[in-house]
Each structure stands twice: as structure tokens, then as C-alpha cells.
Design a protein around this ligand. Structure first.
Ligand code: ASP
Length: 344
């Protein structure tokens, strides 16, 4: 008798367009159950792995995802970790980069692939992108070399490219290429062959046990600076009750107006213990505090340098660090350190 050495893959279906159908009455897209989704892809039976699945009940449009759902996904991975070689999370594309970034922080010492995917068109649609996205995601999650998973981190696969999940942003609401990762190259590309770029893959620390963090502190906010931002708006945001941290989306390389009231408001908040992270509004490139006069004041008052992190990774990293009770003296240093390959 030969032993079945095929990798076991767990599909976690959370919802999203991939499994939606048109509601006949309203014409709007709504989620349908997972078995119907699987019936639409008989090709899954040909893959060299054993696939099992669990499904959110009811499946969600990802606009309704919140940190409690992230914790549910983390718990599912934790309780099934020993029995599966890889995980594929089917998720709506709207907030996929947030969920996937959050999971990258929640799953410390991950050494198996967790691949997020979804689609722009439902699986039953004639021109759907769902089949390729799902089939290749499963193949990537099942990739092994000498019995070890090739991908050992949280990835996001969409339209022929596998990215490091916490480097991605949704960039398009209608094209099949819905995501991009402007500050980090793809980890793999699918064409006639599946090319894995090993030099960019994160290697798990040997013999470290998976540690799952489910507590995310949501006393955080994002504020995008814009010409005309006034004092009343800024002070209102900074005085939100219990607010502990703010992602400040600045211009270009981390620049902001140098008006006194603005710098004073930010400095007062920092003095009160608020963590303010400087992240650029640009989709690519990095914050370089001190490069222009317009960021010198921010640097001086100890605004946290978000470097080339995405807003999605910044806000979820804040929730994770606050949820882990990182001390206020270490907070800036730890935030500025790359924990899961999310920043330079
Ligand atoms: N609204 C959908 C969602 O995010 C869009 C998608 O799945 O792509 O759930």
C-alpha cells in the first residue's frame, strides 16, 4: 500500500464576488453557498492535493469584514494548522488587502502558505477570472520542496501574480488586475509556467512555533491631509475619545503644511501619548522625513516614520501593536521595524 503524500489544503470561504449570484428581484450581487461554488469548478478534482473547505455562515461581502472576522480566520488557521500544508482564503477584493495585512501580523512565526484570493466576476460568469485565481492559489498553497512549503507567509494571488499580502493595495474596481504592490516585487508569476521568485520570499524562522494574536485594538483612525484641511477638522479627529493612534496620510515623501496650528495640534497629541504614523498618499515610494522642510517639523516631534508601508498595513499594524500592549516607549521603534516584511 502506498502512502498518500498529497498536501492537504484548507479552503476558507469568507464570501466576495467569487461566490456571488445576481438576485433576480433587485439585480444586485449577493453571496451564495460554498458547495454551489465548488460545483462550478470540477477542475479542482484534478489538482495534486486534497482539498477540504470551511465556509463563513453567511458568506460576507468584504465591506462587512471587521477585526472579529479576522480573528475567526486566524482561529480557523490555528486549529487546523497541524493537519494542513497550506490555506487558501477566498475573500472579497474590496477589503482583501486589509484582512490579509492583518492576518500577516496576527500569525506570528507562520511557516505555511496562507493565500488570499477572490475575483472581479462571479465564478458562474462566462468570462470569470475566478477559476484561474482559485486554481493557481491552490497550486501555490500546495507547492512543496523536499516536504517543506515553498511559500511561508501570507500572500495575495490575483490576475497571474502572487504578492506579499501586506504590500498590496486594491487599485482598480473593474479591471482584472485589481491589486498592485508598488513597493515590493511579486513573489511568483503564473504564465505557461509558474515562476517563483525565491529571492523575494520570506523564510520562516526555523523551529519557531506559530503564535496567533487575535486581539486587535480598534481605537485608531486614518486622516488624509488635503489642501484646505482646517484646524477644527484636525482637532476633532485628534480628540476622538479613546483614540490611541492615527495614520496620517501625507503628501509625497511624507510632507505636510508647515503652518503653526497644524504642527502644534499634532505635537500636543503626541505629548498626550498618541501614536501618529506618517504614511505617503502616493501608491508607491517612501516617506523620507527630513528630506524637505515640510517634513522636518514632523520628524522633530517624533512622528513615527511609516517609510514605504501601505495604509492597509499601517492601520492593521497599529491595531496589532496596540492589541499586544506594546509599551509606549518602545512603540515607535517597533512600528519602524519590519515585522512581517511589510516595510523596508
Ligand atoms: N464587493 C465585493 C467584496 O469585496 C467585491 C469583490 O469581491 O471583489 O466582497
Amino acid at each position: 500500500m502506498t502512502m498518500d503524500k498529497k498536501p492537504n489544503i484548507l479552503l476558507i470561504y469568507t464570501g466576495g464576488t467569487i461566490g456571488m449570484v445576481k438576485d433576480y428581484e433587485s439585480g444586485a450581487l449577493k453571496a451564495f453557498d460554498f458547495n454551489t461554488l465548488l460545483k462550478n469548478i470540477p477542475e479542482l478534482n484534478q489538482l495534486e492535493c486534497n482539498i477540504e473547505s470551511v465556509s463563513f455562515e453567511p458568506p460576507l461581502d468584504s465591506s462587512n469584514m471587521n477585526p472579529e472576522h479576522w480573528a475567526t480566520i486566524a482561529a480557523l488557521i490555528e486549529s487546523n494548522y497541524a493537519n494542513y500544508e497550506g490555506f487558501v482564503v477566498l475573500h472579497g477584493s474590496d477589503t482583501m488587502s486589509y484582512t490579509a495585512s492583518a492576518l500577516s501580523f496576527m500569525l506570528e512565526n507562520l511557516s505555511k502558505p496562507v493565500i488570499f484570493t477572490g475575483s472581479q466576476l462571479p465564478i458562474g460568469d462566462l468570462r470569470t477570472d475566478a477559476k484561474e485565481n482559485l486554481i493557481t492559489s491552490i497550486q501555490i498553497a500546495a507547492l512543496q520542496e523536499k516536504g517543506v512549503s515553498v511559500i511561508q507567509e501570507v500572500g495575495l494571488y490575483f490576475e497571474y501574480k502572487l504578492y506579499r499580502a501586506n504590500r498590496t493595495t486594491k487599485i482598480n474596481a473593474e479591471q482584472f488586475q485589481a491589486f498592485n504592490s508598488l513597493n515590493y516585487p511579486p513573489l511568483a508569476e503564473s504564465g505557461v509556467h509558474l515562476k517563483v521568485y525565491k529571492e523575494y520570499i520570506k523564510k520562516a524562522k526555523p523551529r519557531k512555533k506559530l503564535k496567533v494574536h487575535k486581539l486587535m485594538d480598534t481605537n485608531v483612525a486614518i486622516l488624509k491631509i488635503f489642501p484646505g484641511l482646517n484646524e477644527s477638522v484636525l482637532t476633532s479627529v485628534l480628540n476622538i475619545p479613546n483614540l490611541k493612534a492615527l495614520v496620517l496620510e501625507t503628501y509625497g515623501a511624507g510632507n505636510a503644511p508647515t503652518e503653526k496650528w497644524l504642527l502644534n495640534c499634532l505635537k500636543n497629541a503626541i505629548d498626550r501619548g498618541m501614536h501618529i504614523v506618517n504614511v505617503t498618499q502616493c501608491s508607491g515610494g517612501s516617506v523620507i522625513m527630513g528630506q524637505y522642510v515640510t517634513s522636518k517639523g514632523l520628524k522633530k516631534m517624533q512622528v513615527i516614520n511609516g517609510k514605504d508601508i501601505t495604509t492597509e498595513a499601517a492601520i492593521t499594524k497599529l491595531m496589532y501593536l496596540l492589541g499586544s500592549n506594546v509599551s509606549s516607549t518602545m512603540f515607535k521603534t517597533i512600528f519602524e521595524t519590519s515585522l512581517r516584511g511589510e516595510m523596508r
